[in-house]
Design a binder for this molecule. Structure first.
Ligand SMILES: [Zn+2]
Ligand SMILES: [Zn+2]
Length: 361
């Protein structure tokens, strides 16, 4: 299946090549036009791979309908369901590229990363350049664990592409961690934090609490971006985001490191100063950006079957701003005030939508 080459033989220095007779700066300028702004680093059968990031607005709020290709909304759509469940979250398309799930998308990745297969010297040149210049996205804790462990090891001579990557990628300067965790794991992370003395109970679920402080071991890191969500249709605000992000505190003392976090908008009904970075609270030592959350969710109904459910997280009046003479921000502020005044906006919207359904033929 995989067409990735391996480096068994020594590297040909390509001395006769006009391309390599150009100075490194010129070559890097050329790579700058060819390399994607972001790449994904991921493990597959214990080996590290890079693939192109093909998502240009991964921080933005898209509700999930854009992941659907079929136009027949009545038909069950397994591809859409899989995309909605993607643990790569907004990078669902990149997952298809990386894991070669979708033949159309694969063609895109092949053109972007084809240069990697040109020759070994160019490959090494480009990998070095990419790790220096591009955002490196990691979408699972196993890969993060692997990178952090490799960062501890002194670089040894490498014989394969994967080994070469494994020594270079820990030199990352711009790391993006994208975690769409099962809600149950978010809950474990919250409670694990309450009694953090019991380190023996560290499991896969709590790997994040151990790995996050270890990011300090990436010595050349300048930017750390974290995108976080859980995979349930219930509100983001049911989780304790302060507890989940508390291991970041150990990184905020690194003055050369710029940390930013992208989280779903908080629900005014469920937010509390103990569990959430509310606007009214003192600002944390990292930047927080809030986004609109996924609304279409593939829900497990047992026996390997899924159905897509539409569930809005705050704000509910977002769509209605089209009809009123106000911006989306103004509509959100108005709704926030309504919730704070005790209005159940969700129920009110439900009445309106239900009423419309009732009169529809
Ligand atoms: Zn991506
Ligand atoms: Zn294919």
């Amino acid at each position: 299946m995989s067409t990735h080459p391996t480096l068994q033989a020594p590297v040909n220095p390509q001395l006769e090549s006009k391309f390599f007779s150009a100075p490194l700066e010129i070559r890097q300028e050329i790579y700058g036009y060819l390399i994607p702004y972001g790449v994904h680093a991921y493990l597959r059968q214990g080996k590290l791979y890079l693939s192109a990031c093909v998502e240009s607005c991964a921080n933005g709020g898209l509700f999930g309908a854009e992941r659907r290709e079929s136009s027949d909304w009545r038909a069950s759509d397994p591809v859409w369901q899989r995309r909605l469940r993607s643990s790569w979250g907004p990078h669902w398309k990149c997952e298809e590229v990386a894991l070669r799930m979708n033949h159309n998308c694969e063609a895109v990745s092949d053109t972007d990363m084809a240069m990697l297969r040109a020759c070994r010297r160019k490959y090494m040149d480009i990998v070095n350049f990419t790790v220096d210049m591009a955002a490196v996205h990691v979408t699972d804790l196993d890969t993060l664990d692997y990178l952090l462990q490799r960062a501890q090891k002194a670089s040894s001579e490498t014989s394969t592409v994967s080994e070469y990557l494994a020594t270079v990628v820990p030199h990352v300067q711009n790391l993006s961690i994208v975690l769409r965790l099962p809600l149950t794991i978010c809950k474990v992370l919250e409670s694990a934090n309450d009694h953090c003395s019991s380190t023996s109970s560290l499991t896969n679920a709590t790997a994040w609490l151990r790995l996050c402080p270890a990011i300090a071991g990436l010595k050349r890191l300048q930017r750390l971006h974290i995108w976080l969500d859980h995979d349930d249709k219930s509100s983001w605000s049911v989780v304790n985001e302060r507890a989940i992000l508390s291991p970041l505190n150990e990184l905020t003392s690194i003055s050369s490191l710029n940390i930013s976090v992208n989280l779903p908008k908080l629900h005014p009904r469920y937010e509390t100063p103990e569990s959430h970075f509310m606007r009214e609270c003192p600002t944390p030592p990292f930047a927080i950006e809030r986004r609109l959350r996924q609304r279409h969710h593939a829900v497990d109904v047992g026996e390997g079957q899924f159905v897509v459910r539409y569930q809005v997280d705050f704000p509910y009046l977002y769509d209605l701003s089209d009809y009123e003479d106000m911006s989306e921000d103004e509509a959100e502020e108005m709704e926030r005030t309504m919730w704070k005044n005790g209005v159940d906006v969700k129920a009110e919207v439900g009445k309106i939508v239900g009423g419309l359904d009732a009169v529809a033929p």
